[in-house]
Design a binder for this molecule. Structure first.
Ligand code: PHB
Length: 400
């Protein structure tokens, strides 16, 4: 599979930092959906990786880093598993990273456990993924970070009493549902319907799902769909069915207000409230530097979104493993290096929880507003140092 693709990318992106004669080389396998429904998301993560390299040329302490890319194609997990198998047995990589879709990470967990290869997740958000292997750590988020925060904010700040939940029907969607429900009901709200809305591989016609939600007349409609083209269809359907005019507030995790999609969303998106760990409008010096470098490299009309920052931070985590171990990667040493690791990210301060190997970070509450004719994220609240609540509360498969 993908031999041609791999060679092209490997040649193009071979990153050799301060390589000297006899320098140690670390091989990093990157598994992303370079083709298919997630191709735009893969480009974000890739550019985040590249931006880390551009802004931090000495981060690997003289160790040579070779990046080998593989295409995980569709979100089923099968292609990702084959890619991981090949990266381990043929390419003999030291570290695995990437993984946009949860099924891809879930399908790969056993392989990295058996081969003892550290795996740094740059997106896949289903909370319990980190419980599947001691080799896995995550620099992105758990669905519970945003879902739980939104459930509380909907009751406490937005004064909502009833909610309908719509979700893409696969692991992170179900996780998002559980997270929002637990927090919303815990704060005194009532869920009046739960609507599965198709899978991640194809954008469905959302009309029947949204009509069903509208008929229930909830105060808020919480929606999780994976970032990408699903989000634009969500906005379009919300507008077409006049749900805003009917007094139903659309809320969700920031996956539905991905920065690269904002300007195509139209005025029905104004007023949308989301919770997330990053948006390109975050006002801090590190983010300004990140966004500036991104535009310089990829064009003035481009912008990073949350997937971009996750690629950036994932590479920072890998650089930390590499420098801690001076380029000689042993799996336990690499995983232990990340336990308690702290980093100043464009999203704010982040760390890896030493117990769960999952990320701890700020969660921002944002409102979409129109400014100078453009849709921008106005940050209206912040929860500091948020952990994965699924593991904190020992919910379902998060029990350890
Ligand atoms: C996932 O499959 O875990 C996933 C994909 C896209 C998102 C969030 C989660 O926006």
């Amino acid at each position: 599979m993908n031999i041609k693709l791999t060679r092209v990318f490997a040649a193009a992106i071979l990153a050799a930092f301060a390589a000297g004669a006899g320098a140690q080389t670390v091989k990093v396998g990157v598994v992303l959906p370079y083709t298919g429904v997630g191709a735009e998301l893969a480009q974000q993560v890739d550019r985040g990786i590249q931006t880390f390299m551009t802004l931090n040329p000495n981060a690997f302490g003289g160790v040579k880093v070779e990046i080998v890319k593989r295409d995980s194609k569709n979100p089923s997990g099968a292609e990702a598993k084959t890619a991981v198998q090949e990266l381990i047995t043929q390419e003999k990589v030291d570290i695995l990273t990437g993984f946009i879709y949860s099924p891809d990470a879930i399908a790969s967990a056993q392989l990295v456990t058996e081969a003892k290869k550290p795996m740094v997740i740059m997106n896949a958000g289903t909370a319990w993924i980190t419980n599947l292997s001691p080799m896995i750590s995550r620099v992105s988020f758990s669905m519970w970070h945003a879902g739980y925060a939104m459930g509380e904010a909907a009751v406490k700040q937005m004064k909502a009493k009833t909610a309908v939940i719509g979700y893409t029907d696969y692991p992170p969607g179900k996780d998002s549902l559980d997270a929002f429900k637990r927090a919303f009901e815990g704060a005194g709200g009532k869920i009046v319907d739960e609507i599965p809305m198709g899978g991640p591989g194809q954008v469905p016609d959302f009309t029947p799902f949204f009509q069903r939600a509208k008929d229930k007349k909830p105060d808020v409609f919480f929606v999780f769909v994976p970032a990408g083209d699903h989000t634009l269809a969500v906005m379009k359907t919300y507008g077409a069915l006049g749900m805003r005019a009917a007094g139903i507030k659309l809320v969700g995790p920031g996956d539905i207000t991905q920065d690269i999609k904002l300007q195509a969303m139209g005025d029905d998106a104004v007023g949308l409230i989301t919770t997330h760990h990053y948006n390109a409008d975050l006002d801090n010096p590190l983010n300004k530097r990140f966004v500036e470098s991104w535009k310089k490299s990829f064009g003035p009309t481009t912008t990073p979104d949350f997937m971009g920052v996750q690629g950036y931070d994932g590479m920072a985590a890998i650089a930390h493993m590499v420098t801690t171990l001076k380029g000689k990667i042993d799996a336990d040493g690499a995983i232990n290096a990340l336990r308690g690791w702290k980093y100043d990210s464009p999203r704010g301060p982040i760390s890896i929880d030493p117990r769960t190997r999952d990320i701890v970070m700020n969660e921002y509450i944002s409102e979409l507003v129109k400014k100078d004719g453009r849709l921008v994220q106005k940050n209206i609240g912040m929860l500091p140092a948020v952990k994965d609540m699924c593991k904190e509360l020992q919910e379902g498969r998060c029990k350890q």
